[in-house]
Each structure stands twice: as C-alpha cells, then as structure tokens.
Ligand binder design. Structure first.
Ligand code: PHE
Ligand code: ZN
Length: 876
C-alpha cells in the first residue's frame, strides 16, 4: 500500500529552480565519511596571555592513539610560534601545515605535544574563537567556540568526539579584574615582574569537547546566589554583567534556580560542579552558549527588568537561561559524536526548555507561541531551497546549520516521541539515555535506542530525522448512521526534496477528539497513529455525526488539510477544551480567508461570540485569538507569484474588518483593562498583552480617543510592555506627536543599548517605513556595525515589511549589508541571507529583480558561509 498511495509531490514552488550541486564549493563534509579520531586527548593545559595587540596561547596536550592514522590538529588564523613533541622541538619536516590543519604523520602512540601560537583577539570581528568585545575603555575578552571556534584559539583536534580534561591559566592586565574559565578556580595571583598583570588558574574536572571551552577577561560586577542540589551539593550561582546592568540580572538568576529544580524533579538531573557562571556580553552572534560551568550570554537573552524589558523578551530570557542550563545534561555530559548530530542536543534541549516554559505560564499559550514560530519559520525553511533533514547528511560550513529545522523541528520530533511513549515510559527512556551514555559523544540512533527500551517501534521515528520537507496530512470523514460508525481516512504526502531519497511515510501521531454537535462535549478521544501513506480509522457507537478535532496540541509538525466546513471550525472555536486547539482553528479560518478567499463572516461572528467572555477569563489567550499571521508568515504559504503588495492589502483588509466588526468591544475592553501597578503574575501579563492588542485594534477602527489612550499609556506606563506597546502603536499609526514620543523614548533610555535596539527596530519595522528611513538609521553614529543586536534591530526588523524589502532599493540595502558582513562576520552575513531564500516565489518583475541582486551578490562575497547559502538559495 505504501508505494501506491505515497505519490510524491514535486513541489510546485520548486518547479523553476534549477537544482544542481553547488559547484564552487567542493569541500563538502559527509556524514557517511565519519571516522573515529586517531588520537584522543587526555589532558590539556592552556596558558592564555592577553596583551595589548595580540595574545599568546601555550598548550600542552597529552595524547593517546586510538586508531591508525595521522595526528591531525585544526587551526585557523593562528600563527605557530613553537612546537615540541615529548619535550623535543619538532623538526619542520616532521609536520605539515595546510588548509587549516597541522598534521604529524609519524606520531608515537602516546605523546605530549606542546605548542605556542599567536592570535589577534583585538581584530577578530567574526565573534568566533577569542575576541575582544566592546570599544574604547569599555572592552572585554570573551570566547565562542561552538562549533569550530576553538581552532581559532590554538591548534587542536577540534571535534566534538574528542573529550579532555582542561586546566586553563588566564593572564591579563589588571584592567580586567574578572578572569574566568570552566570548572573550579584553583589559584589566582599577581604576575612576577609585571605589576600591572595578574592571572587565574581554572580546572574543569569533567571531560569535555573543545567546543565547550570558554574563558573571559573583563571588568564586571557579579550577582551571587546559591542552590543546594537534590544530591546535596552546594552550588554557587554567579551572573556577571557590567555594573550598570547588574540590577537587571535578578530575573535570570531566578530562572536559573527554577531550572535547576525543574531538571531535578522532571528528569532526575542535578548539577555537577560547585559553581555555575553566566556572563553577559553585548556582542554575540547567537542567543547564548552552554560552555561547561561558564555560559556566555548575549545581553539580550539575560538582562531583564520591568522598566526596560517587554514581557515577551523577559519570558525569552527565562527560556534561554533554562535552555543553556538544561544543556549541562543534554549536550555537555552527553554530547554529539559529530556535528551532523547537532539536533541530538538542540532538539532535545529545546523540547526541555519548552516544557519548562509551559510549566511557568499557561501551557496553551506556550504551545501557541512555539507552534506559531515553527509554522512561520521552520515550515518556510522546509518548503524552500534551504530545506534539510533534522539530521543533515552533508555540509560545507556547519555554522549554516544552526537552523530552525535542527532546533524547532528537532524539538517537535522529541515531543512526538514523548507523547507516543507517555510520561512514564518517556522518563524511563531518558533515564536509560543518561545511564548509558553519560560522558560520551553519541548519535541520534543511540538516543532512539535508549528511548525504545519500553517500545521498539519508537526507532521508526528515525525517518523523521532523515527526511526533509513538511508532511501534508489530508483527511476526510464518513459517518454511517445505520452502523453508528464514524470513519476517518487520513493520508500523508511529503514533497521530494532534490538530492534526497523519495519520501517514505512517517509515523504521524494525530491526537483526535470527537465532539457531539448537540451538546458540544467530547464523546471520544484517541491518538491515531498514521504510519502508512493512507489509513482509515473507525469509531463505533457514535450516535450522530460529530465534529472531529484533529492534531490537537499540534501532535505532529505537519500541515493539516482536512475537509472542514468553516462552521465546523467555528464550532470548535467555541467548544474545544484546550486553548491551543481554539487558536489553531481560528488560524485555519484566517488562512482560508486570506489564502483561499473564503468569506470572513463565520470567523468574525465566532470571534464576536468568544471574545467578550474570554477577555475576562483568559486575557492572554484572548490576545492570541486575535492573531492574524504576519505578512512574512503568509508569504511562506504562497508558492508562486507571491505579490507582497496584494498580500499586504488582503491582510490589512482582514485586520480592518476585525477591528470594525468588534468596534464597540475595543472601548469596553480598553476601559476594563486600566493600567495597574506592575506585577509579573500571569494574569497581569495577560492583561498587558490584551491591552496592547486592543489599542492597536482601536486605532485601526479609527476610534477617535485611541490616539489619546496611546499617549496616556506611554506617559503613565509602569513597565516596558506598556510603554513600548504604546510607542509602537503611535509610530505605526503616525499618531500626532509620535515623533516627540520617539525622541522622549530615546532620551529616557539612551544609556541602555538593548532599549535603543527597540528604538531602532520600532522604526525599521514601521508600517510606513521607506528605504530612506532605513538608510538614515544605518548612517547614525549610534548604529554600530560590530554589534549583531544593533544590525538585526534595523536589518532584520526591516524584513517585517516585504513590500519595501522586495524592491530594488530595499534589496540594495539588504544585500549591501550582507556584503559588508561577509568578511567581518560571515556567520551573521549568512544568517541574514537565509531570510531571502524564497525570492523565487515572487511575482514578476520582482522575481527577476531579486535574482539579479543575488547574482550580483555572488560576485562580491568570499566566505564559504555565504557562498554555501547563496548556492542553495540560487539553486545554482
Ligand atoms: N549552542 C547554543 C545554544 O543553542 C547556540 C550557539 C551556537 C551559540 C553556535 C553560539 C554559537 O544554546
Ligand atoms: Zn542549544
């Protein structure tokens, strides 16, 4: 049956894109070529001395042969000053240095290698390896080693399956009083004969791969707290930040303590060192990094205070803190054998942080937010030329694979595993995983094999890791009143992504409930497991035709295509018991209106019926039910002749219809939601979220007082959610005086980089933004090309307006930023480029115009990061 029914879809959107292998990039690395390292490192002693214009790194590696072959060390941008093997200077003919490698062919089976290299952290703008952050008198040294940054610090077998015990001596000028590295502090002191210099020695007792190494030399304050683990270990918790930011570290500290308890309770995992440190740095490519015992965080993902941080961002801070903490077990103690297994740590850890977050707020809202992110970004990636399996099989530059597919789809797979097993067996599975593989570098197969101890069918989920593309789940129902039987027929199809095997059916858990039409109550609930191309499921003793609710809680990362009537969806909006499912059906209604031109009447009526009560009982959910997908999200569902102007018009029209049809509600609701003294209770958060949505709706509906409400909300705000919500509304609706408010906002917060990022982004993403506005923002003195957060606050914010982005002027700006970053920070450049992946879906002449821009860019860039992404994006 499999072969018959599983007619593969050749995705229409890909029809015109020529698919070749990238030709210029032939240094592909393949999963199938994996070989064990020939040498293991037992211990490594590092001595890092920071000087004004450079750094010297001495290392001593005690190594042991594991397999036949050369001794291979990686090194990039490192200058070899000295090399000895077992105490003897190594003659130049005994090693060779080429293509980022140092190779010794005739190495003995056990050996001690000593190296000295010189590096230049001061001019390292790539933010990988050891780099200097900050500027002027306000600088610090910090490392980023995942995935392959350690090789920019010294020559080393820089691969995750080489685990070693690190001892690190760090020496610097006393301008940098804070000297940190992984593990425990064993010694600190002054440098003899150099009165301005001091050092610290750190020892990490756990075996770790080089990508988890970190060190910091800085002038920072510290917030300290304590946690006693379930095993009785006293752990000192430290969050390091600039003295002016230290009062914004309490939220993160509390989240860290909550995470530690949560992992003890839910997974039986306790922390294993005496010290847990977090350092905030303002120049960082990603959110944060889980280095053993010494996490390094983008300031945006650790600093939070009510006055300066919106609720959404504060929530994100807690989630990222949890994420990095959870990596201590899922990532650090059990790590990846190779970078193809990245989802082993990331998918599992995202699933864990999502579960943690769901326990901190309404679990329905958590699921809504996670699914919205997945659908907006991961589905788009899976539908385009950058589609790849959750476990890829080849890459040129691993940095290009820190994607939403690896992270978010990876987490969805773990969620399916957990739901299929049920809580008890999932816990038995994870216990087994930790028992079996603690201290090792393992694969996705190892993970599945541990989880399957109670159910061998679990191993079939490996297909989800191997196959790219979002499955489309279609279905219909048939009710037979004579036999009182309901049958549901489900089928699955996944597009055939070029370069991969023809798709096979996946195991898709479909959480299903039947609702009685008369009473609105659930009459049956079941997890249907679709593991064929097509299957029929029947329910007996069903006395009248019910409404079927499918894919409840988004039980699988698929696109649902069921033959619902709009009325069925409206019925479910009223009667579904789970808040996530209520949101899901409103999104289905909205998508039918926007993408299939259905009438909006049923949707508007259903909203009118639901909103007034829900606004009181669950304001946060009420706010989410008013979601209309962003212009970008809608674009990701359109596979050809995408016209940004048309989509914007349609979206704006529906938004206005909602605003108009509920016009009376907005005044009532806004008055029901007066500003209150700040609180971080879920209820207060919900009210603030709804108030901002209502304000926006009121402005759209043209309610004459709404401009005043916005001004008053800004003036009397108790926190950033209120102030920024009001500012955003004023800017978007060009409320009289909005420029003065923007100026006031700048004045108030000019010393706070993260708030100024908001100031940039609210303008760069404004409804009426022009390319001239973007250019003006980029030319400001406070626009800083060395700070990714600032670049994103303009350039990424700008992608919120596709009608401006997809113009010759818009793409000139966007691609010129990529070109500029290509050399300075290729990781960032490549990530910015990936956002343009779906250029080929544009309607002409925009499509050719975009293609011309990308072709021109290809002539101007040189990093393998950008070249690999461009090759995929251009399909050439
Ligand atoms: N491993 C980090 C995380 O997900 C992300 C990261 C990747 C940070 C690469 C820096 C560089 O937690
Ligand atoms: Zn992670």
């Amino acid at each position: 049956s499999t072969a018959e029914n599983n007619t593969q879809i050749i995705n229409p959107e890909m029809a015109d894109v020529p698919l070749h292998e990238p030709s210029e990039i032939n240094s592909k690395i393949n999963l199938k070529d994996y070989k064990k390292p020939s040498f293991d490192v037992e211990t490594v002693d590092l001595d890092i001395k920071l000087f004004a214009g450079y750094a010297l790194v001495d290392s001593k590696l005690v190594m042991q042969r594991q397999a036949a072959g050369d001794l291979v060390l990686n090194g990039e941008d490192v200058e070899l000053m000295a090399i000895t093997l077992d105490g003897e200077t190594l003659a130049t003919e005994r090693y060779k240095q080429a293509d980022g490698k140092l190779i010794i062919s005739d190495a003995p089976d056990t050996l001690t290698l000593e190296l000295q290299v010189r590096i230049h952290p001061q001019t390292n703008t790539a933010l990988e390896g050891l780099y200097m952050a900050g500027s002027g008198s306000d600088t610090m040294f910090v490392t980023q080693c995942e995935p392959e940054g350690f090789r920019k610090i010294t020559f080393y077998p820089d691969r995750p399956d080489v685990l070693a015990i690190f001892t690190t001596r760090l020496e610097a000028d006393k301008r940098y009083p804070t000297l940190l590295s992984n593990g425990n502090l064993v010694e600190e002191g002054d440098v003899t004969d150099a009165p301005d210099r001091h050092y610290a020695i750190w020892h990490d007792p756990t075996n770790k791969p080089s990508y988890l190494f970190a060190c910091v030399a800085a002038d920072l304050d510290v917030l300290t707290d304590y946690h006693t683990t379930s095993e009785g270990r006293e752990v000192t918790l430290e969050v390091f930040a600039k003295s002016t930011d230290i009062d914004k570290c309490h939220v993160g500290m509390q989240a860290l303590k909550d995470s530690m308890v949560w992992d003890e309770v839910n997974y039986g995992r306790a922390y294993d060192l005496d010290r847990y440190m977090i350092v905030a740095v303002s120049q960082f490519n990603m959110g944060a990094m889980e280095n053993k015992g010494l996490n390094i965080f983008n300031t945006a993902c650790v600093l939070s205070s009510p006055e300066t941080t919106t609720d959404a961002r504060s929530f994100n801070v807690k989630a990222v803190i949890a994420h990095e903490y959870f990596h201590n077990w899922t990532g650090n103690r059990i790590t990846c054998r190779d970078w193809f297994q990245l989802c082993l740590k990331e998918g599992l850890t995202v699933f864990r942080d999502q579960s943690f977050s769901a326990d901190q707020q309404s679990s329905a809202v958590q699921r809504i937010d996670d699914v919205a992110t997945l659908r907006a970004h991961q589905f788009a990636e899976d539908a385009g030329p950058l589609a790849h399996p959750v476990r890829p099989e080849s890459f040129v530059e691993i940095n290009n694979f820190y994607t939403t597919t690896i992270y978010e789809k990876g987490a969805e797979i773990v969620r399916m595993l957990a739901n299929t097993l049920g809580p008890d067996n999932f816990r038995r599975g994870t216990d087994e995983y930790f028992r079996r593989y603690d201290g090792q570098a393992v694969t996705v197969e190892d993970f599945l094999s541990a989880l399957s101890i109670t159910d061998s069918k679990i191993e079939e989920f490996i297909a989800w890791y191997r196959q790219p593309g979002t499955p489309i789940l279609s279905g219909h129902q048939h009710y037979d009143s004579a036999t009182q039987t309901l049958t549901i027929t489900l089928s699955q199809q996944t597009r055939h992504v070029a370069g991969f095997d023809a798709p096979i059916p996946l195991p898709i858990p479909v959480a299903t409930a039947l609702f009685d039409k008369a009473t609105g109550t659930i009459i049956a609930e079941r997890m249907l497991m679709l593991d064929q191309a097509q299957q029929t499921f029947s329910f007996d003793n069903v006395s009248s035709e019910p409404v079927v609710s499918l894919l409840r809680d988004f039980s699988a990362p698929v696109q649902l295509n069921y033959d619902y009537q709009d009325e069925d969806l409206a019925f479910l909006l009223t009667h579904e018991t789970n808040g996530f499912n209520r949101w899901q059906v409103t999104q289905m209604l909205v998508n039918r209106i926007l993408l299939q031109s259905n009438d909006s009447k049923v949707y508007l009526q259903a909203l009118a019926k639901t909103l007034p009560t829900l606004a009181v009982t669950d304001p946060m959910l009420a706010a989410r039910l008013l979601d209309i997908p962003s212009a970008q999200e809608l674009a990701s569902a359109i596979h050809q002749n995408y016209d940004p102007v048309l989509i914007k018009q349609q979206r704006d029209r529906l938004y206005s219809q909602v605003a108009e049809s509920l016009k009376d509600q907005w005044t009532i609701l806004y008055n029901q939601l007066p500003l209150e003294v700040y609180s971080d209770s879920p209820e207060a958060l919900g009210k603030r979220a709804l108030r901002n949505v209502v304000l926006d709706m009121a402005l759209t509906a043209g309610i004459s007082e709404a401009g005043k409400w916005a001004q008053q909300q800004y003036d009397n705000a108790s926190c950033m959610t209120e102030r920024f919500g009001a500012l955003k509304a004023m800017v978007n609706y060009q409320v009289t005086g909005s420029d003065d408010y923007l100026a006031d906002f700048y004045q108030r917060f000019q010393d706070d980089e993260l708030v100024i990022d908001l100031w940039f982004s609210v303008q760069a993403s404004a409804e009426h933004v022009t390319t001239d506005d973007i250019q003006t923002l980029l030319e400001r003195d406070d626009f800083d090309w060395n700070t990714p957060n600032r670049i994103r606050s303009v350039i990424s914010a700008f992608t919120a307006q596709p009608t401006v982005l997809w113009t010759p002027e818009g793409l000139d700006i966007y691609t010129s930023v990529i070109k500029k970053m290509d050399e300075a920070n290729p990781v960032l450049a490549s990530r910015l480029l990936q956002v343009l992946a779906r250029w080929y879906t544009l309607v002409e002449p925009r499509r050719h115009m975009a293609q011309d821009h990308l072709n021109a860019l290809q002539q101007q860039v040189s990093s393998k990061h950008v070249l690999e992404s461009l090759a995929s994006v251009l399909g050439a």
